[in-house]
Design a binder for this molecule. Structure first.
Ligand code: RI2
Length: 304
């Protein structure tokens, strides 16, 4: 019987009480750990693990970071199942989760250092949504005593940009706050577009917050570098293309009360896909790569 705490983890991810690709990954990892802790037999462990994986993957079906995390932590267990002693198997899963959580936090710190090298003193940067990796870059840039200003989009429909603005203001970083549709208008005033991601395809394309794609297109047209920041565990086995059906739409009510526009077909995709042709650099904890090099990295390199 799966514990109610696993259900609670999945519910928080689904309702976006836990959000942000890295936080979702760590929460899913904790959910995997909760599902096996206290199990007393192989059968119980297998059953609990399968139920937890299903619950967690259904919580945010589009989140590649979640899909990859479940794969990294449990993908090879089927093979080991037959040979490994039950209590050893349970212990291995718990240790993997704890290492994943620790390593993923270290990765964000390394991304901060690697990304801050791309920031020049006096830069104005535009960003979208809220990314813990972007904030880490800001922290490292401040430590390097480089000045910068940031244009932040509010990021409809869930307004994650407000969280970014508050965190930058708390750090004393000058913030210009705009509606998403004003990004093109202000693109002429920035030196770099820097965004987080929920997934990186082997073809170097980016699964990220809805609105990233048009911002990257405008930046490309304005010849402004498009920099994506993501841990290697977000690199997806497979290509992500514009028509990739990975994107699972969310409720219309996040956008508007349907009763206000009766009969309208309200669509609410949480992510879009930015093709590699609109991306200049991808900052990972292992260094800065070009989108063309994305196929040399896959989630499985994480934890090794
Ligand atoms: P971290 C967000 O998803 C966006 O896709 C954003 O690009 C990414 O997570 C940032 O992830 P949502 O959970 O850099 O706000 O924080 O829908 O890992």
């Amino acid at each position: 019987m799966i514990s109610s705490r696993v259900r609670e983890v999945a519910k928080k991810i689904e309702k976006m009480e836990v959000r942000g690709a890295g936080n979702i990954a760590r929460s899913a990892a904790e959910g995997i750990k909760l599902s096996v802790e206290g199990t007393k037999s192989r059968g119980e462990l297998v059953e609990n693990l399968e139920r937890a994986k299903k619950l967690l993957l259904n919580a945010r079906p589009s989140a590649v970071s979640l899909i990859n995390t479940v794969e990294i932590l449990t993908g090879d267990i089927e093979n080991n199942l037959g040979e490994m002693d039950f209590s050893d198997l349970r212990e291995i899963i718990v240790e993997r989760v704890e290492k994943f959580v620790e390593e993923s936090k270290k990765a964000t710190q390394e991304i901060g250092k690697n990304g801050s090298q791309l920031i020049s003193d006096g830069d104005t940067v535009i960003t979208h949504c809220h990314s813990s990796n972007f904030i880490s870059i800001i922290d490292s840039t401040i430590q390097l005593e480089k000045d910068l200003g940031v244009i932040v989009t509010e990021t409809r429909p869930r307004y994650q940009g407000r969280k970014t603005a508050r965190e930058l203001i708390d750090r004393g970083v000058p913030v210009m706050f705009i509606v998403d549709s004003a990004a093109g208008y202000f693109m002429k005033d920035v030196e770099k577009l820097i965004v987080g991601a929920s997934g990186i395809g082997e073809n170097g394309s980016i699964l990220s917050k809805i609105g990233t794609f048009p911002m990257a297109c405008v930046a490309k047209k304005a010849e402004i570098p498009v920099i994506v920041v993501a841990e290697t565990f977000k690199f997806y086995h497979g290509s992500l293309t514009e028509n990739h059906r990975l994107i699972d739409e969310r409720k219309a009510e996040e956008i508007i009360d349907p009763g206000k526009i009766p009969g309208a077909n309200i669509r609410n995709p949480p992510f879009d896909i930015t093709p590699a042709t609109c991306v200049d650099k991808i900052v990972t904890e292992r260094g800065v790569i070009s989108p063309e090099e994305a196929n040399e990295i896959s989630g499985s390199v994480f934890l090794v």
